[in-house]
Design a protein. Structure first.
Length: 155
């Protein structure tokens, strides 16, 4: 406790002691002034770049820049959206493994309540995985995905 207030409250609003001995919270005007100054600086920088920036349309303006070398072939093909979907699923389930691993480290100390909570967590994961599987989000081949879409639309 700091001056009769909990520590968390004292850190968020540091006290100011006046001559009479009363404690008042710090005013918020420095934060507001800082926010206004940052917004003004951003506006000035964007405005200056718009006013002072070059405006030209040469033939090479829209071509890819490869270290000053004239491109000799087309760019490689883009990845499909399915690739990014699988990558997103990997990241999501990989992060959930981090939660499961950290729970496993303290499972005995955490007790039965934590065990029930982790069961709910895993159940939600399994429901999400089953839903993604059912709608065809995990199908890599386009034909299987098209069949699942046509099956859903015919219902």
């Amino acid at each position: 406790m700091v001056l009769g207030r909990p520590l968390a409250e004292s850190v968020a609003h540091p006290p100011r002691v006046q001559d009479s001995g009363t404690v008042t919270p710090m005013p918020h005007w420095p934060l507001i002034l800082h926010t206004i100054a940052v917004a003004a600086l951003v506006a000035v920088m964007i405005g200056l770049s718009h006013v002072l920036g070059e405006r030209h349309r040469d033939g090479a303006t829209d071509t890819p820049y490869e270290s000053g070398i004239v491109p000799t072939r087309d760019a490689p093909p883009r990845y499909t959206a399915q690739f990014y979907l699988v990558a997103a699923f990997f990241v999501i389930f990989d992060l959930e493994l981090v939660f499961l691993f950290s729970w496993a480290l303290v499972a005995r100390e955490a007790g039965m309540v934590a065990f029930v909570e982790i069961l709910v967590f895993v159940a939600v994961l399994l429901v999400a995985l089953a839903w993604a599987w059912r709608i065809g989000a995990l199908d890599w081949a386009p034909r299987a995905r098209e069949r699942s879409v046509s099956r859903r639309s015919s219902r």
